[in-house]
Design a protein around this ligand. Structure first.
Ligand code: HSE
Length: 429
């Protein structure tokens, strides 16, 4: 058996402590699989005295995480500090510059700076691995980067945020509204005190942009992901979607084709018979389509101590074996610079929900706006008046250009009959 792979860990929160626990628990098995032991030698965190339920006193303690990059005894740094910039990025840059490998679970940092870090890792001929950054314990990066490497991949779609999926699943199961379920999820510790990155779709967009770069061989382009979250989904949307044969899920979709690179995170109506409709609770799932392998589906737990530690240590095992290549499956300078595809050019079916004043001519006004914009209505449902005199109108359109739907909603936006913002969700094809 060879010399140990010596690891320094920055960040001893749930995941960092989980990585130590996993390496302790499965040490013998890991050593046999990796061909040599994996040994934690140094750690860094904000609070040295915190009880993490595991002995950290046996490791060299370093106050400033960035100092781990120059730790004389470590081969690889595991970055679990979080945040796209700040200490995490300083540590990542310093680690690669000092010729050590880097493993990170930091989706925000990889989404924003992945290309720079990949170039630095390739220049230094050291590994940069980030399996835990997308879908936690689900080995989707390995699956696309290695298992599906022979295929041209043209589409990736997934449920990439467990918090949103938990909230939507609970809203559906219990008929409750978003704010109510979010408050409960926060009380139970399933959602962050500041949940905006999760519920506004940013976290899912980070992950989608990483997957797109890997799948399509395009330069990471987080800035061109069209993002909207689940804040404005109401219980009635979920009930109407169910009556129409759909579930609402926050879905990230990326496609690469002759029109360019399309990336969107948006609440979608997913047909009940679609695999993503059956991903419930806090699970994550990713579907990809390869030209030889056909459809692929990866599913599992996208967060939490065990799953995330599992992905981090899998990366360490690859490094211990010497099995790693360019972070994006091809050299960073071979990644194509794809133009973003404009959403308006796309075609699809739409779900529209409007709250309107219950008065003569409102439906005619809506129908006229749709007609004038060239939107063909497949079905229209009006639900009885609420105590404030408003009614809910739900429209499902036939397939058509998204630009036309935007145009119709634009026409209606100044109407005194329309109360509040209409809700527009895409229907997954
Ligand atoms: N907050 C994420 C989620 C997990 O809810 O899925 C880490 O990205």
């Amino acid at each position: 058996m060879g010399d140990s792979l010596r690891v320094a860990i920055a960040g001893l929160g749930t995941v960092g402590a989980g990585v130590v626990r996993l390496i302790d628990t499965n040490a013998g098995l890991i050593a046999r699989r990796a061909g040599r032991p994996i040994e934690v030698v140094a750690v860094s965190a904000r609070d040295r005295s915190k009880d993490r339920g595991i002995d950290m006193g046996r490791f060299d303690w370093v106050d400033d995480p960035v100092d781990l990059a120059r730790h004389g005894n470590a081969d690889v740094v595991v970055e679990l500090v979080g945040g796209s910039d700040g200490p995490a990025l300083a540590l990542a840059r310093a680690t690669l510059a000092s010729g050590k490998g880097l493993v990170t679970a930091n989706k925000a940092m990889i989404a924003h700076h992945g290309l720079e870090l990949a170039s630095a890792a390739e220049a230094a001929a050291v590994p940069l691995k980030f399996e835990a950054a997308v879908a936690g314990g689900v080995p989707v990066i390995k699956g696309l980067r290695e298992g599906a490497a022979a295929n041209e991949l043209t589409r990736v779609a997934g449920i990439l945020n467990g918090t949103c999926n938990f909230i939507l699943s609970k809203m559906e199961a219990e008929g409750r509204d978003f704010a109510d379920v979010l408050a409960e999820a926060q009380r139970l510790g399933f959602a962050e005190a500041d949940p905006s990155f999760d519920i506004d779709g940013v976290d899912a967009a980070h992950k989608l942009s990483i997957l797109a770069a890997l799948a399509f061989g395009t330069r990471p382009a987080f800035g061109s992901v069209a993002i909207s979250g689940i804040r404005h989904v109401i219980a009635a949307d979920i009930a109407e979607a169910a009556a129409l044969g759909y579930r609402i899920r926050l879905v990230g979709i990326a496609e690469a084709g002759s029109n360019g690179l399309f990336q969107r995170v948006h609440p979608h109506l997913v047909p009940m018979d679609h695999p993503l409709a059956h991903v419930t609770g806090s699970l994550n799932a990713v579907m990809a389509e390869g030209n030889f392998v056909g459809p692929l589906l990866f599913q599992g737990r996208g967060a939490g101590e065990g799953p995330t530690a599992s992905a981090v240590v899998a990366d360490l095992i690859d490094i211990a074996r010497g099995e790693y290549g360019p972070p994006y499956a091809m050299p960073a300078d071979a990644l194509a610079d794809a133009e973003p595809e404009a959403a308006g050019e796309r075609r699809g079916r739409a779900y529209l929900r409007l709250t309107v004043a219950d008065k003569v001519g409102v439906l005619a006004e809506i129908a006229a706006a749709m007609r004038d914009a060239g939107v063909s209505i497949e079905s229209l449902i009006q639900r009885g008046a609420a105590s404030d005199g408003s009614v809910l109108v739900v429209i499902v359109t036939h397939e058509g250009p998204e630009r036309a739907v935007a145009h119709a909603l634009d026409k209606l936006s100044g109407s005194p009959s329309i109360i509040g913002q209409p809700m527009w969700m895409h229907i997954l094809g």
